[in-house]
Unconditional design. Sequence first.
Length: 378
Amino acid sequence: MVFAAEADLLRQYGHTVHTYTVRNEAIDDMSRFRLLTSTFWNVESYRKVRELLSSFRADVVHVHNTLPLLSPSVYLAARAEGAAVVQTIHNYRFACLNGLLRRDGMVCEQCLGKVAPWAGVTHRCYRDSRAASLVLASSLLFHKIRGTYAKEVDAYIVLTDFAREKMVAAGLPRERLHVKPNFVDVPMRNAASSGRHALYVGRLSTEKGVDTLLEAWRHLEGRIPLRIVGDGPLAHLVADAVRRTDSISWHSWLPRHQVLKEMSNAAFLVLPSTWYEGFPMTMVEAMAVGLPIIASNIGNLAAILRHGVTGLLFEPGNAQDLSETVLRILGEPGLLRALSEQARADYQAKYTPQANYDTLIRVYERAIAIAGERSARK
């Protein structure tokens, strides 16, 4: 979604944008040896990207993902054709094989700051396979030793200050890490938050804190209805909660315009995740419609939400603290209105298409300048 949105945004401002994508389904037809070599250095990707770039003059090649089919060879292809290289980091893959900094239901930073993520191999963190984990760990080590990540990328985009610090700890150069959040284009609703129910939108899974959410609503004993939108491995727990109480309702899936309507009719959004998250688009969509947020005080959620200004934070995994936070927001109507107004103000300042475009272009200009300095030294 971010890849498509940024390409469309640039086109709207008059830039020529070419895209090159591959799909991981191709892995099914590849031998293990070919997959191994492609993860380290994909010769075909290098050739195709150079062919594409030779047909027009690209100022910037903006990469969103290289694993496993493209490989870092695309950086070298771009540089060989004179383009600056920008890489958006959507997860924590440079420091963690599964990209989540999470293992066995808990936050895990065992590999953060290490030369290579060998613990991730031991614990089969990539695709639950020791062999696949070894290949990925070896590839990360190879390119770290080679200097690929430090030398071949002119600018990295991270989504929050929190993510930047984790990437610095992972060994990426701080001066090339630029914070640019994701964006959404959502019109303002007519009034500040005045709904009479809470809302959860997301995957129904352990790391999303769904069990904490349901337990908190048992503590609340019907004080405020909860509407849940999403599906996932904990759907059976949600279905059971719906059967046991009239205060919880559930839609397994809704189209985006319906989700935005749900947000416009809610009192607040609950994000009870127990992992660091990437950059939840539901969070920005909520702020866009002036919907206050109650979120776990962890990782990027805490980096995005301003406690007491755009929402309230609670202790991750603590259902009692969540229920008490809900009671606080219900008991202070003035607070709810203030949070709603400030949520929309934060959206206008940080997460609109215009704000995003301005930041993106500054990153591109910096990357082009660095690439120019590099060429001048040759």
